[in-house]
Design a protein around this ligand. Sequence first.
Ligand code: S3P
Length: 447
Amino acid sequence: MDASQTPRPLTARRAGPLAGTAPVPGDKSISHRALILGALAVGETRVSGLLEAEDVLGTAKAMSALGADLLRDGDGMWRVWGRGVGGLAEPDCVLDFGNSGTGARLVMGAVATTAMRAVLTGDASLRRRPMRRVLEPLTLFGAEYDAREGGLMPVTLRGAAHPLAIEHEVAVASAQVKSALLLAALNAPGRSRIVQRALTRDHTEKMLAAFGARIAVEALDGGGEAIEITGEIDLVPAVVDVPCDPSSAAFPLVAALIVPGSDVRIPGVLLNPRRTGLIDTLKEMGADIAVENARESGGERIGDLIVRASSLKGVEVPPERAPSMIDEYPILAIAAAFAEGRTVMRGLEELRVKESDRLSAIVAGLRANGVAVEESEDGMTVTGGEVAGGGTVTTHMDHRIAMSFLVMGLASRDAVTVDDVSMVATSFPEFEELMRGLGAEFLVAEP
Ligand code: S3P
């Protein structure tokens, strides 16, 4: 999907309460990593519950262009036969990651310490996103790159023929950067040490351990952690059962909270504490969210969420919580619009370099629907209560902006239109159908 394709507007309007079960698809972060690590292991990795959305399918295509064998064996069931650490082959085509920053940045790491030249690109949104944050530290391993002005894609990356282990502190609070460095370190002889001050999602570390990597994580005085990983170790294949994506669950979850009378169950959701900042915040706002069947699956905590419509109140969200809910601010802003009083969100500079400048997109969308919001360089304050709606929201090729404002339209006085829902397929292709199944009303709007 690219900007040149015809946009597909959609309108959401208030109907009855939402009720029933919302089975959301597999976690996007874990799905990308399962395919990449499968491609780096020797032997057959089996994945179930894989997110079959455009972003992850782009990574599957890239891993196959890099020489891995991938087979789809049924809904969400995939088998990957890897090439081994250092065994990826030079692709004879451009690797196109579409809208996916995670796919692009993780694969940069995976190829940076193998002698090859790879050309990577993406759609109009991804070609505007910063890549230097990954490419610069990859040069410490001996990789070289050529990017457009500003470190933008298309990028040519030349993997190091004689990689070196590194010691490096990640400069931004980014799981993608950290993960790219860990993947690169796999083929660098000796021990690499990656320090991160912000505790971002740790799926790469967990999954590397499950694939047999020699990896140790040490908590640092004063916060943060150091990850040590030994290179040139063979990875063994694994069985990966992908839990449901909490970042996708966030949409039916907030919808159930704000549509009066709703009662929704979302089964099997990943509850890794580095991903649950939204649930913690909503509970502080007065949300009725219960967890049932809490259990462990594949080294991750999961559970069923039971969500009932609630009267919400505004809160101050601690800025240090941002990494554990970085993708959830658009939908939190919608919850805040329906909450009594002010919700203050800060520490959000990273939101400016997501699939869109999410801070500006949220603020513009809220204002278009009569919600009072103040914007600062790194945050926003929403004053909530009744929401008028009636506006049209520009989504800027951003799936989460589209889904968030459709959720708003389910509870606002007048309907809300988003200018394009085509990007929803990058992470949550079943969104419309799933929400309709709960009782949501969407109308196809005129372009
Ligand atoms: C992701 C990390 C986050 C998040 C993205 C997925 C990952 O990005 O926004 O949707 O899977 O590692 P950053 O690492 O840029 O914060």
